[in-house]
Design a protein around this ligand. Structure first.
Ligand code: PEP
Ligand code: MG
Length: 361
């Protein structure tokens, strides 16, 4: 576990005295959370749950769930995943000891989970008690031409609400258990990905609240929690006023927001990016340093419209830009509440936040 000692530690203390922005970490493993805390993170700003699903011990159940023909089949697989998911969150809540933890519900392009090898299909067939042929047909049906614009984010939760229901259950069961054991009640912030309309978030909030009530009734104890959304589509930024009628916080997903605003694939930009920077079309790599004039304007619009509907709405950023010093200065200027960066960038983010606060004076 890293610690910031000596002169560097002193410098960080000075930085903390002047900065206004809170600094959180993007973390999804106990390891990440420990590193983040050691570096002074004040919470988890983004826990990406899809990474948990790749765990070798549960990928077969995940594949069984994705390849199931109907809700009943999905629920059988989800029942296997619930205890594992509960254990994931329990560990994170314990380490974060009462600090806020933003957990993002599942957001993968589905094809990432599909089996490829013959042996993988055979394993799923055995677990689900169906033939390999049926699974292969189903896998072929799931093929998408443009998965990043496809069946991912809350579209998954709208079509298969039982997935988000399982995750919400796991979050609240873990939170209540940890509150009971440690006395430091976790503060879960349940975050819905890839929202573009108020109705999407409303539907997902119903699923989440229902799971919360069921767990609180079972356990005879309630905890505080928030339900909010990523703002990572231009439409979400423009409709933030309506979305804030439902969402209790916004976190700007600037990776997808950059991709969708510029119409540039975040995975394929490398081929022309250096030419674009060289010829002055882009000032910098927009996936590293926020495109302030395009993406930044959408963020400003969303912050303004969100605040108008819900004064004081909690606003953060969790894309890669949350750890970039120039982008952090922009976040300070428009008055976001926190930035969230990868654990190893937390110290830089604390310094950049202080510098931005001083520059504003
Ligand atoms: C984002 O889009 O900025 C984000 C944080 O989510 P992800 O990178 O997981 O798509
Ligand atoms: Mg995203």
């Amino acid at each position: 576990e890293p610690e910031l000692a000596g002169d560097f530690g002193t410098l960080m203390e000075w930085a903390d005295k002047v900065r206004r922005l809170k600094v959180r970490a993007n973390a999804e493993t106990p390891e990440d959370c420990r590193v983040a805390r050691g570096f002074g993170a004040e919470g988890v700003g983004l826990c990406r749950t899809e990474h948990m699903f790749f765990d070798a011990a549960r990928i077969t159940a995940v594949r069984q769930m994705i390849l199931a023909e109907d809700e009943k089949g999905r629920r059988v697989a989800l029942a296997k995943l619930l205890p594992e998911q509960r254990a994931d969150f329990t560990q994170i809540f314990e380490i974060m000891a009462g600090l806020p933890v933003t957990i993002r519900l599942l957001d993968p392009p589905l094809h990432e989970f599909l089996p490829h090898e013959e042996a993988e299909f055979a394993e799923v067939a055995k677990a689900a008690d169906v033939s390999v042929d049926v699974l292969k047909r189903r896998a072929a049906e799931l093929h998408e031409f443009n998965p990043m614009l496809g069946h991912r984010g809350c579209r998954l939760g709208v079509t298969y609400p039982e997935i988000y229901e399982m995750q919400a259950r796991a979050i609240f069961e873990a939170a209540v258990d940890v509150a009971e054991k440690s006395g430091a009640a976790p503060i879960p912030e349940v975050m819905v990905p890839l929202v573009g309309t108020r109705r999407e978030l409303e539907l997902m909030k119903i699923v989440i609240d229902k799971a919360a009530e069921a767990v609180f009734a079972d356990k005879g104890r309630r905890i505080e929690y928030l339900v909010g959304t990523m703002i990572e589509l231009p439409r979400a930024a423009l409709k933030a006023g309506e979305i804030a009628e439902v969402g209790e916080f916004f976190s700007f997903g600037t990776n997808d927001l950059t991709q969708t605003t510029l119409g540039v694939s975040r995975d394929d930009a490398a081929r022309f990016l250096s030419a674009y920077v060289e010829k002055g079309i882009y000032a910098k790599d927009p996936f590293v340093s926020l495109d302030v004039e395009g993406v930044g304007e959408l963020i400003e619009i969303a912050a303004e419209r969100g605040r108008k509907t819900r004064p004081g709405i909690k606003l953060g950023i969790c894309g890669e830009h949350g750890g970039d010093t120039a982008s952090i200065a922009f976040c300070e200027t428009i008055g976001l509440d926190y930035v969230s960066a990868s654990p190893y960038r937390v110290p830089i983010a604390r310094l950049a936040a202080a510098q931005a606060a001083l520059a504003k004076k």
